[in-house]
Design a protein around this ligand. Structure first.
Ligand SMILES: Nc1ncnc2c1ncn2[C@@H]1O[C@H](COP(=O)(O)OP(=O)(O)OP(=O)(O)O)[C@@H](O)[C@H]1O
Length: 784
């Protein structure tokens, strides 16, 4: 009996649900004893690679594998499962090889069996994807075969078919020309650099140079499973050969032969681990098979992601990246890496809302169900909490000692601060004490922003201090009289909260930070060793003060994931002002895993016209991001009336829901996103009247069942296969942007947040995106 290792290939690991249990049983047996008679592990006559084997999954299906003999053990590379005849043909033609320049392993398909594999000719297997309509069941699988298992030129990442969206209802006109798709492209490298520097063979280099537009190079990238897929994607995004090598951590390793050991060595390089993984045990194998492509993030990290997971930093680090570039995935893996390295470490993983924190907690369990989890702030293990929940936990654990911090921040001691201030408290304070306020400042929005950006962070408790405080980044200038008027309202607000025994969220975070800072100054230490922050762009000054106070300065103290294009709450700020000095420790992820290139292009189009700065106040550019996947161009549909728009939506959702089972998905992977709860409920009832059942989602998680409707804010952190953005008319832009009562700066910032909100919403769509409105279209929609 001979145990063996198993190496799974990323895109081929998606196995038709009907074959999952058989595939698992087969592979489990293979790792226990590859000579077990039921497996029928057999070499193939006239095969291009003598290492190739087929194995019997059941009467109809065969697995194709490669057997590698290392110094001490045997490993199998799992290539895929096909119908018997296809499997034999693929096994005859496919070969593993070591790249002569960089030593990485490659999967090559020979044009004919036993012919020296045509490394110089890329040969798509029958039915392999060549255009935007690549689907998960491309390849030689029969109708009953494994939809996800393709030929040697499989599709990367496509999880659902890309059938055109069902026709819109009556009284609607499709404005599909809004999004240009084909963008001209030219490789930023010479032929010699591609061949001698990167390691592409001559023919592939030729094909790369011949690609005239983005579609062509993306299609070419999708034809490979090994390191070349990511390398071509980087080239598609405009990288030079030096940049590709740097991002994928490709080093030169000439002289490696094609021996089994050389191939195994090549497989262990970071550039290979984005596509190949050594399966650790049967539990892991089961999860890889069961989760298929949806669990790919758990197993196959892009070399850049891996770098940010494993590297140590001597202080705060900032990882930026557009929607869907895998920032959250990095955070989850990094939390796990830190917890495994030191089980006693107190690791806090936090984000802006409770919903997002719940999603992080669920995904961390998916990543590693056995990871030690902390229940309370200060316990060893990983604690996952929303940032406001951290503040309240710190306040609760302080007991009556919190009184001094309340005094410090608010100017009067109190330990009765567990309740939250009512949402309309600023309005009430303006009504009580706002008579001297100029009209432009007469808004709860302005006062809350002033309070959170200037008053609380500075621990200002007296009018005299407010009158002379610096107000960087606040836009609106205030003279002395205006400041006095603002202060009167702030005092009224504080007085009312004092009577009620409440704190608002920003006050709670500031008070908690003050308490923790004092404790640390008294030598009582900090509550956490490592803090990992998601959605950093949405956090307020008080949050950053709290986070800085929770963890002492030191190695791996703060790791911040953020995307300033997705700031939909709060105001722009600069981290350095809150004791978080990044200086030179920031990097960006650019490969979008979630959305198709077409949807990404649309989403990025929404951002045009806004100017953005990151958390270090550096300009943030749009347009750097690229996607590995292709799909239909988003449809934008103008409707004559609300009723017409509802008819269109009903048609569309009905059609998508019918397609879902054929595409192997539940209907809850379809979402309608709207601007607010009122509209959400209106859509749900309007569709109900048209016989289409849609479930409104609020705070709860999305569960298997009918399509869902939710607000664009709630959609943050989620993703769906198909998304309808409903009601994208000019009227959907809220009053603060249109109304006369607001200052120019406030309006501009609010408009920027609206753009970001639409960008967030559009970037939730993995496969298909449709946008509808009635009346006048929102000015934020991209124009063709
Ligand atoms: N290495 C990977 N392999 C496969 N899928 C991945 C990988 N990394 C991320 N993904 C998938 O891409 C999608 C987006 O990932 P993630 O949520 O981490 O991105 P994000 O940058 O945090 O996005 P957002 O800013 O929009 O929240 C998820 O479906 C995730 O599973």
């Amino acid at each position: 009996m001979a145990e063996s290792n198993l190496i799974m290939i990323k895109p081929l690991s998606r196995i038709d649900p009907r074959l999952r249990s058989k595939a698992f049983a087969f592979l489990e047996k293979l790792t226990e004893d590859d000579s077990a008679p039921g497996l029928h592990i057999e070499p193939i006559k006239n095969s291009a690679d003598p290492r190739v084997r087929t194995g019997r999954v059941d009467l109809q299906f065969r697995a194709v594998l490669f057997r590698l003999t290392g110094a001490n053990d045997v490993s199998y590379v799992f290539h895929g499962i096909w119908n018997h005849d296809d499997a034999i043909r693929i096994a005859q033609r496919t070969k593993l090889k070591t790249n002569p320049v960089n030593g990485l392993m490659e999967v090559i398909e020979a044009t004919t069996p036993k012919e020296e594999p045509a490394t110089s000719t890329w040969v798509p297997s029958p039915g392999a994807p060549t255009a935007a309509t690549s689907t998960a069941d491309a390849g030689p699988s029969p109708a009953t075969g494994p939809a996800a298992v393709t030929g040697t030129a499989p599709v990367l990442g496509a999880t659902a078919g890309t059938a055109p969206a069902p026709a819109p209802g009556p009284a609607a006109s499709v404005e599909s020309a809004i999004v240009p798709t084909r963008r001209p492209w030219q490789v930023a490298a010479t032929r010699a650099e591609l061949v001698n520097g990167l390691g592409l063979d001559e023919a592939l280099a030729e094909r790369v140079l011949a690609c005239a537009d983005e579609d062509a190079i993306l299609d070419l990238a999708g034809a490979f499973v090994d390191w070349r897929s990511n390398a071509l994607l980087e080239l598609a995004a405009g990288a030079t050969v030096a940049e590709v090598k740097d991002r994928l951590e490709i080093t030169e390793a000439p002289g490696r032969d094609d021996s089994d050991q050389a191939i195994l060595d090549g497989l262990r390089q970071p550039a290979s681990q984005g596509a190949f993984t050594f399966v650790e045990n049967n539990d892991e194998l089961r999860r890889i098979i069961e989760e298929g492509d949806f669990g790919a993030w758990r197993v196959w990290l892009h070399p850049e992601q891996r770098k940010y997971v494993t590297r140590d930093y001597q202080g705060p680090f900032r990882l930026s990246g557009g929607a869907g570039t895998g920032k959250t995935v990095v955070l989850l893996h990094r939390a796990r890496r830190l917890a495994k390295a030191n089980p006693q470490a107190r690791i806090v993983l936090t984000t802006f809302t409770t919903n997002l924190a719940d999603a992080l907690a669920r995904d961390l369990s998916r990543l590693d169900p056995d990871l030690p989890r902390a229940q309370e702030l200060g316990d060893p293990g990983v604690l996952v909490r929303g940032v406001d929940a951290l503040a309240y936990a710190a306040i609760k654990s302080a007991g009556s000692e919190i009184s001094a911090a309340v005094d410090d921040v608010l100017g009067a001691p109190s330990s009765h601060v567990q309740q939250r201030t009512a949402g309309d408290a600023w309005k009430a304070a303006i009504a009580t004490a706002g008579s001297d306020l100029p009209a432009a400042l007469h808004t709860p929005h302005f006062l809350q922003a002033e309070y959170e950006a200037v008053v609380l962070p500075g621990h200002i408790t007296a009018q005299a201090d407010y009158l002379r405080v610096r107000r960087p980044g606040r836009g609106v200038r205030l003279n002395r009289k205006e400041r006095a008027a603002v202060w009167q309202v702030i005092e009224a607000y504080r007085a009312s909260s004092r009577v009620e025994g409440t704190l608002d969220f920003a006050e709670a975070a500031t008070v908690a930070a003050a308490h923790l800072t004092k404790q640390a100054a008294e030598g009582q230490g900090h509550r956490a060793d490592h803090l990992l922050v998601d959605e950093g762009q949405d956090l307020s000054p008080a949050h950053w003060q709290l986070l800085r106070a929770l963890v002492g300065e030191g190695p791996n103290d703060l790791f911040i994931a953020e995307d300033s294009h997705q700031r939909i709450y709060g105001h722009k700020l600069v981290l350095g002002q809150y004791g978080i000095r990044i200086v030179g420790r920031s990097q960006r992820l650019t490969l979008n895993y979630r959305t198709t290139a077409e949807n990404l292009h649309f989403a990025l189009g929404v951002l045009d016209g806004g100017t953005y700065a990151d958390l270090e106040d550096q300009p943030e550019e749009t347009g750097r991001y690229h996607s590995s996947r292709r799909g239909p161009v988003p449809q934008v549909i103008a409707c004559g009336s609300m009723n017409g728009e509802l008819d269109t939506a009903a048609n569309l959702i009905r059609g998508w829901a019918e397609q879902a089972p054929q595409e192997g998905r539940g209907t809850e992977t379809i979402a309608i996103l709207v601007r607010d709860q009122y509209q959400r409920d209106r859509v749900v009832s309007g569709l109900g009247e048209r016989g289409v059942n849609v479930r409104p989602v609020d705070r709860e998680a999305v569960k298997p069942g009918p399509p869902v409707a939710m607000t664009m804010h709630r959609a943050k952190g989620t993703e769906f296969s198909k998304v309808l953005l409903f009601g994208m008319s000019e009227k959907s832009i809220p009053k603060i942007v249109r109304g006369a009562d607001y200052s120019v700066d406030e309006k501009q910032d609010a408009l920027l947040r609206e753009r970001s909100l639409l960008y967030v919403a559009a970037s939730r769509a993995r496969d298909e995106l449709v946008v509808t409105w009635s009346g006048e279209a929102s000015e934020l929609l991209p124009r063709g």
